[in-house]
Design a binder for this molecule. Sequence first.
Ligand SMILES: [Zn+2]
Ligand SMILES: [Zn+2]
Ligand SMILES: [Zn+2]
Length: 758
Amino acid sequence: MAGRRIEIRGTVQGVGFRPWVHGVARCAGVTGRVRNDPRGVTIEAFADEDVLEGFLEQLRAGAPPPARVVELRSTPIPEVELDDFVIESSGATGDKALSISPDLATCTECEAEVLDPSNRRYGYAFTNCTRCGPRFTIATGIPYDRAATTMSAFEMCPACRREYDDVEDRRFHAQPNACPECGPSLSLVGLGGDLDPATDPVGATADLLKRGAVVAIKGLGGFHLACDANDAAAVQLLRERKHRDEKPFAVMTGDLDAARQLAELTPEEEVLLTAPERPVVLVRARPETGLARDVSLESPLLGLFLPYTPLHHLLLAAVDGPLVMTSANVSDEPICRDNDEAERRLTGIADAILLHDRDIAMRCDDSVVRVIAGTPTIIRRSRGFVPRPFQLARPVAQPVLACGAHLKNTFCIASGDTAYFGPHIGDLETVAALDFFEEAIDRMQTILGVRPQVVAHDLHPGYMSTRYAKALADSVQVGVQHHHAHVASVMAEHRVCGPVLGVAYDGTGFGDDGTSWGGEFLLCFPNRFERLATFRPVRLPGGDRAMREVWRIAYAMLHDAFDGSPQIDSLPLFRGIAPESIRIVSQMIERDLNAPRARGVGRYFDGFGSLALGRPVSTYEGQVAIAWDHMASDEACDPYPFALDRSTSPMEVDLRPAVRAAFEEVVSGMSPAHVSARFHNTVVTVTVEVLEALLAELGRLPVALTGGVFHNERLAAGVAENLRNDIRVLRHGQVPPGDGGIALGQALIADAFLGDKG
Ligand SMILES: [Zn+2]
Ligand SMILES: [Zn+2]
Ligand SMILES: [Zn+2]
C-alpha cells in the first residue's frame, strides 16, 4: 500500500469534478477522499503503487468538460487504512471564494433531455446539471449551495432530491437542480396590447417573433430583446425603439451549422462559439445570407452566438431561424434585472416579455470574443468568464479593489495570489450604471469574503470610478496612470513582473501631466513607469463632439500638417459640411478654444479613416476605425513618410508627412482601400521602428501590446510579424485589450506601489 496527496488546479470546482474523481477512484479500487480547497481540488489516495499510478494516469488524461485540469501535483504521504473513497464537503475547509464558478452553457446531455419527449424534463427551460447551468448569476452569498442562491425559493421534489443526493448522478449537488414539478416556470406577458395567457409560453413567443414582434426575454444574467433576424421591418423597429443608431446587433443561431450559413468561420472561431462560456464571437459576415441589412448595417463584423440555456434551445428550435438577441437596455444604460423593472423600462420597446420566476442575483451581460491576429481575445469579459480567478505571479500584500476606467467599466478585486474581474458594467455615464457598479462591487466582495482597504483608481478626476474611490472612507487610495495600467494588465496575464516595454494605443487616457495620452511607449515596472516615446498630439475641436463628428479630427490633422492653411476644397469629405461649421472649427484650433490636444493613436485612425472614406460622422465608438481596418487592400505598399523627433523627451512620432501624403492620394482619387493599406502599414512601421530604437538602448526586453487600438487586426498582426523574432511579444487574450481590462493592472500597480513604500 502507498499514499499520495494530489493537488489539482484549473476549472475543477462547481463542474462535477469531485464526483468524477469519486467514480474513477471507485473503479480503480482506490480509497481516500477528495475535497475542494482554496486553490482547486485536493485528493488523498491510497492503494497499491501500480494502482495509484494508473489512477494518476486517468486523472491526467482529463476530466469531462467543462472541467479543465491545468496543473496536477502528486506527493507521497503516509498510508491510512480506509474502507472507501468519499467526497468531503467543502464547508469546513475555509476559503469559499473559488466555490462559485461562472455560468455554464447547457451541456449536450441536458440539451438532449430537454428535446426528448420521453424525458421528464422535456421542454423544461431550467434544466441543468453539475456540468452546466447558472452559477454566478444566481449566487446571493457564500458558501455556494442552494440556500445561498435564488433557487432557495424552490423546494426540490423527491425525484430531484434523489438526483441531488446521489453521488453517481450527474445532478449530484447541482445547486440549481429543478424540474417542471418543482422548479421555476415561464410566463409570457404583453406590454401594452392584449395578450392571452399562454399555456405554451415558448410556442407563443415564437409565434410573436415570426409575426415580426419584438419580445424581451429573461435569461441568465439579464434580459435580451429578440426579433426575427431575417425580418427587415422587425429589425428596423427594434433599432428605432432601442435608439441604437448603427451599432451591430448580436445574432443567435440554433446551432453551429446555422452559424456557418451566416459567416465564414475559422476552426478557432468554431471552438469559441461552442465553448461552455458561450460568448458572442465577432466574425466575418458572409454576403447575401438573408439576414436583414439593419442587423449589422455596414459593419464587416457580425456578432454570433449559440444557445446557452435550455430556453434558448427551445426557442430557436420553435422559431427555426436566426434571432437578433441584444441586451435589453436603452442605449448605454445597464441591462435590466428584475421583472418589475424590466416591464417598466421595456414598455414601448418590446411588445411582450417572456418572464420567469427565478431571480437574477447578479447581472451579467453576454461576453464578446474575437480572434485577433490568430489569438482568441476577450473584448468584453462577463457572463461565462466571471468570476473565474486569475492566478497572479506573486500574491498581493493585502486585498485590493481596483475601480477600472470610465467607459466599458469593469472592476477587479485581488486577494492573495488571485484576482477576480467583476462583470461588465458598461459606461459609467448614468445613475443606473453607477448603481450597478456599486451594487456589483458590494456583491463581489460578499461572495469573495473580502473587504479591501486598498483602492486603486484612474488618475482622471472626472471619471465616476475615480470619484467613487475617492469617496470611500477608511481606505488607502492609489491613483494609477491609465496606460501604465493597460500595460500592467498584459503583464499580469502573462505573469511577467517586468520590466517590459509597453505600447499602449487607445483613444484617450489621462496622463500624469494632466493631458490626454494614448500613443505611449512606456518602460514599465510593477510600481512605476518611464515614458519613452509618444505621438504628436492632434486637436479635438469641440472636445467629445469630435469623437462623433470625426471630420473635425480630419480637419485638425490637415490644419496641423499644412501649417494652418489646408486646401480642403478638393476633398469629398468636406463637401457636405456647412462652411460655417468648418470656419468655427478652424477658429477653435487657432484660438485654442475647446480644442484639447490628444495623443491617442485611435484619433489618427478616426481622422485618416474619415478623410479617406469621406465619412464625416462615427455613430458609435470605433465605427470608422473598424470599417477602415477591414477595407484595407492586401497589396504590397510602402508606408507613408513620417518623422521621429528624438530631440524631445519623450521622443515624438510626427505623422504630419503621412497626412500630407494621404491628402495628395485622396485628392488624386486613390481608392480608400489603398490609402487604408498604406496608413496601416505606416502605423505598423512607426511602431516597429520606435520599439527597435528603444530596445537598442534598453537591451532585450519583452514587448507588450495593449489598448483598444490593438483590436485592429492589421496592426496587431503587423507589429508582431515585423519585430525581430528574438523579441518576446506579449498580447492580450483573457484580459480585454481595451478599458475593460485595465482594472487588473491597476490592482497590481497599487499593490507594488504600497509595497515599495513599506
Ligand atoms: Zn447539463
Ligand atoms: Zn423536481
Ligand atoms: Zn484605455
